[in-house]
Every structure is written in C-alpha cells, then in structure tokens.
Write a new protein. Sequence first.
Length: 254
Amino acid sequence: MLKIGAQMYTAREFCKTPADIAKSCARVKAMGYDGIQISGFGPIEPAEVKRILDGEGLACAATHISLDRMKNDTQAAIDEHLLWDCHYTAIGGFFPKAEDWSRALWENFIADYNAVAAKFAGSGVAIGYHNHSHELAPAEGVRPLDLLIEKLDPSVWMEIDTYWIAHGGSDPAAYIDKVAGRIPCVHFKDLTITPKREHKMTEIGDGNLNWPRICTAVRNAGAEWVLVERDNGELDPFVSLQRSVENIRASFDL
C-alpha cells in the first residue's frame, strides 16, 4: 500500500516558526496523512523536527534541500535525515537562464550532480531531482529531462511531478514509467484549464489529469510515497490538502 504525504511547501506561509510548524503538522496528521515532505520550513532545529514528527506519528518521507547544502554541508544534511529516519532528499530543480540554454549546459549540470551523489554514497540517504516543465523545452533536439534520466547516476532518484509534466505538454504516466525503480516519491498535483486557456493548479481529482493511468504507473514503478502538493491556488492551503487526500482515499486505487 502506497503511503500518502503532504508536501509542506504547500503550507509554507504557515511554517515560519517552530510553533507554526508544530501546528501545521498536527493539522495534516488530523487529515489522515501518513507523513510529510519537509520543504519551505522556517528556521528550526533538527531535534525539534524529530520531536514534532514523533509526537504526531508522522513519517518524514523526503525533503527538499539546496544544491549548495548538498555540496558544502553534506555530513550535517545526512545526519539530520538519519535522525528523522528519512532516506530521500532532492533539489527542487535546476533553473538556468533561457539565454544560456544548451545541451552542454545540462550535461555539465549532470556531471556536477553526479559528483554530489557520490558524496552521499553509502550514507543511507539518496539525492534526487524534482522536475518542473522547463526540462521539457528542447536543447538542441533533446529534452533535458530525458538527459537527466539517461545520464544521472542510477543512485539519483527522480521525483516526477505530475502537474509540471503535463504543463510541459507531456504525459505524467509515461515519465513515471520511464523511471520505474528509481521513483520512491512522486509529486501529485492536478491541472485544469481556465476559460482564458491558462493552466491552473487544482486539487487532486478536480482537474484534467488521467489519474487512473497515473496511479497504475505509480504502482508499477514501485513508488513508496505519493506526495500531495499545490504551489498556489484559490483554496486555503489546508483546505486544499484536505480535499486532495479525501479525493485520493475515496477514489484512487493505490
């Protein structure tokens, strides 16, 4: 059975202090989430995070940390993840300037990130890559996301984000299929369209993504966690998280 986590970046405006973080974690636990992804937290000691997680009975499914921290604060990052019994961290993406866009630029990033992955080897913590839609913009005839999948070290896991794959004009389920065996955590976001033909994030099950196909792909890929996220939208973040988890548990075959 896949576990369902809340990506706390969704509620980042309510996670600026340790007291805020404790209240927010209590709220998502009460909604029925099994765990969280740590992202968007304000300053807080790792031991206090552990106290909150243990107190609420929440797992730490994964985190997002900066590339700079991965490179320059490696052991401390590993130690805090092991403190939380968390084995997955990722960067939120690589965001080069459009005027610098080239295949060589992405290949240089890949080489750099593989060197970072080597620093985590054998630690019990694996680093990953979270996509947005720009990785589907061709660079000399190849999509950077395909380069990442092909050339990143196999130890680097791929955190496919369903909304952003669809936003980039591709098929979320197909990309989940491509990274089977290296996608322990997948980001669930739904996408709808406005009358002005603008893409809009919405709550899981309220948009236009093909969730039966996505869920089949997630199960077949061997994922451990479904992580619900909504970067922005019309509903209060906690109302959004509540609606999404209720829709998933009521209607999704996970």
